[in-house]
Design a protein around this ligand. Sequence first.
Ligand SMILES: [Zn+2]
Length: 71
Amino acid sequence: MKTDNATTVRTCPLCGAQYGGFPALSRKYPNTHICPDCGTREALESIGVSTAEQEKILGIIHGSNIHNSDR
Ligand SMILES: [Zn+2]
């Protein structure tokens, strides 16, 4: 039984975020594993979504407003 992918924490080379679970494969950088958020950004960018819209959509995906601190 292999559960490594579920427990390994990886660092995304694009945004520096640490994430667990399965990495996304970058479309821009071959053989580069990136975090799911960057994978979403690249996918949205590829269909012509602006950076501001990408962040908005990611906020919706995460179900929270990113700019509201919860600390
Ligand atoms: Zn990232």
